[in-house]
Ligand binder design. Sequence first.
Ligand code: NAD
Length: 382
Amino acid sequence: MKIAVLKEEQPGEARVALMPDSVKKLLGLKASVLVESGAGLAAARADSDYVEAGAEVSADRTTMLAGTDVLVTVNRPSDEVFEALGKGAVVLGFLRPLDEPAQLTPALERGLTTFAMELVPRITRAQSMDALSSMATVAGYKAVVLAASTIPRMFPLLMTAAGTVPPARVLVLGAGVAGLQAIATARRLGAVVEAYDVRAAAGEQVRSLGATFLEVDLGGLKTEDAGGYAVELSEEALKRGRDLIAEHARTADVIITTAQVPGRRAPILMDEAAVDGMKRGAMVIDLAGTTGGNVEPSKADEVVERAGVTIIAPTNLPASVPVHASQLYSRNVTAFLSLLIKDGELNIDMNDDVVGPSCVTHEGKFVNQNVFVAYSSRVNSK
Ligand code: NAD
């Protein structure tokens, strides 16, 4: 059984899907691993590191793909890569099945079995495979470090002979995995941190990190689903949140927004007026850029300057920390692969409560119902 890893093609991508440590684990499952030459370079792993771990390195992508049983990627592969794989091959990666389902047509037509890391259920058994959490952790950390190195002031409270330097004030909107990591990192740098989320459960987690939780009266409204995810709120409930945020934004030096609702456009938490109410020299980092953004004036992967406030919405911060992002991702996909491989052979059990729900396409059909609905609505609306 051959597992292949390619050099990622997306501009700016520095991560690699498998690190050498994971190669050793996969060999232990009696699989062999093929790595495209240079695949790990941007994540500080040379071809020789892969060879040492027991992988075969090749510069011949076409031959490599033709003999591949499982292709492991970070980003969704190009159409050419889908087409170069043999019928029935398996692809595992961030495939964006819900927001870009039509781009999976080549995989569907080729009869590939595709698994999306975004769809891995967040149940206890699958915690080691939760790549969304791994990447959110890296993004939350990096957002704070980026802000700290950009704003024209320091983060910690300093008492010096020249007087006292007050601590920076950081406001985090959305206290899920990325938000909590941002809070923890900002606290470590000495900032005073406030955070807001619609899920009541987030309050305790925010407070346990030494931050203040901003509460808004949503009139007993249901804010989360059975899986613990936020649901889309009514305009009135969103407005109450926005008013509270605008008030606290006035004193913030840094705002980091991470609010998302699975399968929907990200909620707008700050409008232009809220940004205009901020201090000169403040910075907003909108981490919801891939799903439309939380901040009205933000633009994905662009720097927007507005009344002395810098707004950025980087859509791939994990790629800017490629060693650790790849290490975590590689462990996540390796844990998932261990469910698919038995005695060196592919053994796909669609009844497994992690494998089945993560599958996007199989034998020319969409397996995941939500993806099928998203695909049909896109194709029919064309
Ligand atoms: P996410 O990326 O979907 O959203 C980020 C945060 O935005 C969430 O906390 C959400 O409540 C918040 N949000 C959504 N709409 C908002 C609004 N209008 N205003 C303010 N905040 C809003 O979520 P996530 O970080 O991936 O995690 C969501 C939940 O899943 C959390 O409860 C998390 O602890 C849980 N989780 C569980 C597991 C597990 O059990 N294995 C793993 C990871 C996450």
